[in-house]
Design a protein around this ligand. Structure first.
Ligand code: FES
Length: 178
């Protein structure tokens, strides 16, 4: 082949390769930046503005302490603190408030200490009964009969500024031992 038959070298090839490399670098950098923001946002949010996050471990009011009648037990519904706005009904919870006398209470979790079914209060017999396996509890929450290994779990409570409050977020349960 003579020199005149050699095809001319294209000057476009190196430039095209450079452009492709630059595009891939920019695309990769952009994707990494987006990933970094997605990972860092909740961490930075928790560190910078903890007050803006849902508070799980807090005291919630069940109403004015003076409104409870001595020697009564009442089912009270409340919303669990924390969680997401779209949790819906799964955030609903309930407890039994027993007013022993003015300013003296017991607040029971509604869940049976056996397998967690909601117990029901019968004021005539002054007993809590579990519909699942026949567990029975006295009005002070202690075990009366049936399979439950212990009495009803209790919430911590306090009276603050005239309100009966329970320590919610940390639900009473088996983690407290038997
Ligand atoms: S869950 Fe209540 S007795 Fe079994």
């Amino acid at each position: 082949m003579s020199e005149s038959e050699i095809p001319p070298q294209s000057n476009d090839a190196p430039a095209s390769s450079e452009n492709r490399r630059g595009f891939l670098f920019a695309a990769g950098t952009t994707l990494m930046a987006i990933g970094g923001v997605l990972v860092a946002a909740p961490i930075i949010g928790a560190a910078v503005a903890p007050g803006m996050l849902p508070e799980k471990d807090q005291w919630i009011s069940l109403g004015a302490a003076k409104n409870w009648v001595a020697a009564t037990t009442v089912l009270i519904k409340f919303r669990n603190p924390g969680g997401a706005p779209d949790d819906g009904i799964t955030r609903e919870n309930a407890c039994y408030v027993r007013c022993i006398e003015a300013g003296k209470f017991q607040v029971f979790a509604v869940n049976c200490a056996h397998l967690g079914c909601p117990v029901e209060w019968f004021s005539q017999s002054r007993l809590f009964m579990c519909p699942c396996h026949g567990g029975v509890y006295y009005e002070d929450g202690s075990r009366a009969s049936g399979p439950p290994p212990r009495g009803l779990f209790e919430f911590e409570w306090r009276i603050r500024e005239g309100q009966l409050e329970i320590h919610s977020g940390r639900l009473p349960g088996l983690q407290e031992g038997t």
